[in-house]
Design a protein around this ligand. Sequence first.
Ligand code: NAP
Length: 290
Amino acid sequence: MTTHSSSAQILDGKALSVQVLDELQATVSARIAAGKSQPGLATVLVGDDPASHIYVRNKRRACKKVGVASFHHELPAETGQRRLLELIEKLNQDPKVHGILIQLPLPKGFDYDENEVLSTIHADKDADGFHPFNQGALLQGREAPIPCTPKGVMRLLDLAKLDLSGLHAVVVGRSNIVGKPVALLLLARNMTVTICHSRTKDLAAEVRRADVVVAAVGISELVQGDWIKPGAVVLDVGINRNAEGKLVGDVDFHAACQNAAWITPVPGGVGPMTIGMLLQNTVEAASLKD
Ligand code: NAP
C-alpha cells in the first residue's frame, strides 16, 4: 500500500489483484496435487465488439496464469438466442466447466434477451453472480456466487481494516451488477446503507454523511472532493474518459484525497479486482463439486 502526497492512503487494487491471483494459483496447484479436478471457466463471446474481445482475452490470460482451464466459444452476432441457449445448456452439463461467463453486452439489434440468457446458466456455474437465484440468495444473506466487481470492492474496503458495524455507507448507483449488490454486502457488514441514484434530491448532502462512499455511476468526477467527510473511505467503481480522453473515475480523485483517509485510484483501484474475483468464483464453484 502506498501513501498519496495528500492525506489519503491508496487502496491499491493492482497490487491486491496480483496477490489474489497468486493465492488462487497456489489453491489450484494444491487441488491438482491432491488429485482433485482442475477448475474450468467457459467464456462465451457473441459478436465482434472490440472492447468485449479485450475483456475476454484478459480473462483467459488470467485463467492461464492461475491454472484454471479456459474453454472459449465465439459466436457471430447473428447466431440468435436459441443457439446461444443450446450452447449454455451444453456447458451446464459439462463436468469440466465449473464457471460460465457470457460477455455482456450481447449484440444489439438481434433477438437476445439478456435476462433469459443469464437465467439459463446453472446457478452453481454462475461465475459472474448475475443469476436471479444468486441475486436472491445475496438479498437473503445466503451463500452464493457474489458479482465480481462488488466482491472486489469489499476486498479493497477490508484493506482499510475498519470496524464497519454501525457506520454509514452511501452507494451512488443502483444497477443490478454493481450498486445494489454492493449495498447488500455493506448491509451484511452491519453498515447503515443509503442508496443514491439519478433521482436523488441532494446527492452532495447524502455523500457528506458517509463514512464509506461507493461511486458506481459512470459520470466523470461527479462526486466532488469537498463532499467527502474527513476520514471517509472512498471506493470509485466508475471508469470514464474525461474531455481530454484521460481515464477517470466517478470521484474527483485529487480533491477527494484532501479529505479521505483511504481511496481507490482510477485506473488501478476497483477495475483490476474484477478478474481476480471471477476466477475466485470459478475456483469456489469447483470446490463445491469435490
Ligand atoms: P449503470 O447500469 O449505468 O448504472 C448507473 C447508476 O448511476 C444508475 O443507478 C443511475 O441511476 C445512477 N446515476 C446516473 N446519473 C446519476 C446522477 N447524476 N446522480 C446519481 N446517480 C446517478 O452503470 P453500472 O453498470 O453500475 O456501472 C457504473 C460505472 O462503473 C461505469 O462507469 C462502469 O464503467 C463502471 N464499472 C466498472 C467495473 C469494473 O471496475 N470492473 C465493472 C462494472 C462497471 P438510475 O438508476 O436512476 O438511472
